[in-house]
Design a protein around this ligand. Structure first.
Ligand code: NAD
Ligand code: DAU
Length: 332
């Protein structure tokens, strides 16, 4: 391997991936990140400058991606517009980054014969009923609900086509909901933690019956490294840690862990087209590649995440006010 190009490496999962890579290997790492509202150079502070550099620019820029891919052995593509609520307000950046950006990168790796790993989401499969015994597997049909998940589904299909038609050396992973440090305060868990710190009551969409399948961001990134080591070219791997939990219960847990009454939250407007439940069957990743989650206890992982937000107010404070203003305008 050697020279990694990590797109979206100043975002939540990407910055955790860059830290893991810098700590556990001696590879050189170039981060390509547009530093949108969701990207933050501060998430990469403290990394060794001799091996890690940040290039500010877009994955949808063909000259820049050709130039950076030409100097790389492996591309891991995290960059995306990632928030469902934003995609309901304005889908256009989702089309540009998630579809055109992925196409642009695929053309670059095709030209240079570079190994490519595509980071995607379980949302491409749509949602499940609460009482459905089935979980998503690699053969579940695509059925995305939101503009965000539709663009992620489209980007996955571009990768599959570039593998089959042009022999691109690619793998794909579809992961469930991540939690951990450096996650933007627009997302469910950090929004509620920082609300409680600020004395604002947590906000639960609708009745809060929706279920998400939580995984610690480090477990996601360890699975990506394992796929890069041993995954079969052209194959898809689902990543999940059996972490299904209702949104209402997650809010209650955050409140309890932060010393507040478990019912001290508000119900707010529901999300349009809100997916009810996600659940991942990660048998393939476990049996074929031998991956297992390290963070098996959601409650202690959540407690550590709360501590991280308490200790790193300087990181999230600049984003908090504008984020809450956007939610207030939507009655959320
Ligand atoms: P994030 O929003 O925190 O980070 C996205 C990063 O991409 C930001 O740093 C942003 O500046 C950058 N970016 C956006 N547009 C860009 C462009 N045109 N060119 C270059 N960089 C650009 O997102 P995240 O939660 O870290 O998600 C990372 C990836 O993982 C996404 O592909 C997402 O679909 C996928 N994913 C996320 C989750 C989750 O729970 N967060 C779960 C499964 C998959
Ligand atoms: O499943 C993987 C996906 O998980 C990723 O592809 C996305 O990038 C990531 O954002 C996440 O999508 P969700 O829409 O599930 O995550 P979000 O944090 O926005 O919301 C989680 C759940 O919490 C969802 O059911 C909506 C609900 N919610 C969210 C917010 C922000 C609330 O009840 N209140 C809130 O304030």
């Amino acid at each position: 391997m050697g020279r990694f190009l990590v797109t979206g490496g100043a975002g939540f999962i990407g910055s955790n991936f860059v830290r893991l890579l810098a700590e556990s290997t001696d590879h050189t790492i170039t981060v390509l990140d547009a530093l949108t509202y969701a990207g933050n150079a501060a998430s990469l502070e403290g990394l060794p400058p001799s091996r890690c550099r940040l290039v500010t620019g877009s994955v949808a820029d063909p000259e820049l991606t050709q130039e950076l891919v030409a100097d790389s052995d492996v591309v891991v593509h995290f960059a995306a517009e990632s928030h469902n609520d934003n995609s309901l307000r304005d889908p256009s950046p989702f089309i540009r980054t998630n579809l055109v950006g992925t196409y642009t990168l695929l053309e670059a790796v095709r030209r240079h014969g570079t190994r490519y790993h595509h980071i995607s989401t379980d949302e491409v499969y749509g949602d499940l009923e609460l009482d459905d015994p089935a979980k998503f597997t690699e053969s579940t049909p695509y059925n995305p609900s939101s503009p965000y998940s539709a663009t992620k589904a489209g980007s996955d299909l571009l990768v599959r086509a570039w593998v089959r038609s042009f022999g691109v050396q690619a793998t794909i992973s579809n992961c469930s909901n991540n939690y951990g440090p450096y996650q933007h305060v627009e997302k469910f868990i950090p929004r509620q933690i920082t609300n409680v710190i600020d004395g604002i009551r947590p906000k639960l969409y609708g009745a809060g019956l929706n279920v998400r399948d939580w995984i610690h961001v480090t477990d996601h990134n360890l699975a990506v490294l394992r796929i890069l080591e041993a995954g079969q070219i052209g194959e898809t791997y689902l990543i999940g840690a059996d972490g299904e939990l209702g949104n209402k219960r997650v809010i209650e847990l955050i409140l309890e862990l932060m010393g507040q009454p478990g019912d001290a939250y508000d119900h707010v407007n529901d999300r349009a087209g809100h997916d009810l439940r996600y659940a991942i069957d990660s048998t393939r990743l476990r049996t074929e590649l031998g991956w297992e989650p390290v963070y098996r206890d959601f409650e202690s992982g959540l407690a550590a995440t709360i501590e991280w937000y308490r200790a790193n107010e300087g990181w999230w404070r600049p984003m908090k006010q504008a984020t809450e203003a956007r939610y207030a305008a939507a009655g959320q």
